[in-house]
Design a protein around this ligand. Structure first.
Ligand code: RP5
Length: 160
């Protein structure tokens, strides 16, 4: 069963969220990837959280732009960790989504990552690190990835 649920507020968010799913898949982490809006489909959002949790989902990742309430709406319905990806989708250049996602009231944390694709990637890494607390094989994979990144920096050749 999917250990991670990645929910986007709109199909229009997909290109920016896709890197998150790609990293999860590369790490061998099964994930549910779907669209549900906090505003346009509140009942569907509630159902997805309830069913995913019942199926064993351990971490929720929520991506939304504009008045981005999706991560907060999910956090209101679960005590599993929720990671929020603010998406740039308006003339406010993502500041609207960033503040909506990060400024949660006490008791309902949303671990907010950077905007768009960069944040999407770190949402996947953070979810993997959470799962790795209870999964030695995943922890080893993450250590190996870090080692590869270290080598890439150390072996970088400039001017090509
Ligand atoms: C948010 O509003 C979505 O997450 C999306 O980023 C933004 C615009 O949605 P669409 O009008 O493109 O569906 O809820």
């Amino acid at each position: 069963m999917p250990a991670v649920a990645v929910i986007m507020g709109s199909k229009s968010d997909e290109p920016k969220v896709r890197p998150c799913v790609q990293i999860l898949e590369d790490l061998g982490i099964d994930c549910l990837f779907c669209v549900s809006s906090a505003h346009r489909t509140p009942e569907r959002t509630e159902r997805i959280v309830r069913e995913a949790e019942a199926a064993g989902c351990r971490v929720f990742i929520c991506a939304a732009g504009m008045a981005a309430h999706l991560a907060g709406a999910v956090a209101a319905r679960t005590i599993r960790p929720v990671i929020g990806i603010p998406i740039t989708a308006s003339s406010l250049a993502g500041m609207d989504a960033l503040f909506s996602t990060v400024q949660m009231p006490s008791g309902f944390p949303v671990a907010t990552v950077a905007l768009d694709g960069a944040g999407a990637k770190n949402a996947a890494w953070l979810a993997a690190q959470i799962l790795a607390i209870a999964d030695d094989s995943l922890a080893k994979k993450l250590q190996a990835k870090r080692e590869a990144m270290r080598e890439e920096v150390e072996n970088a050749t400039l001017g090509e």
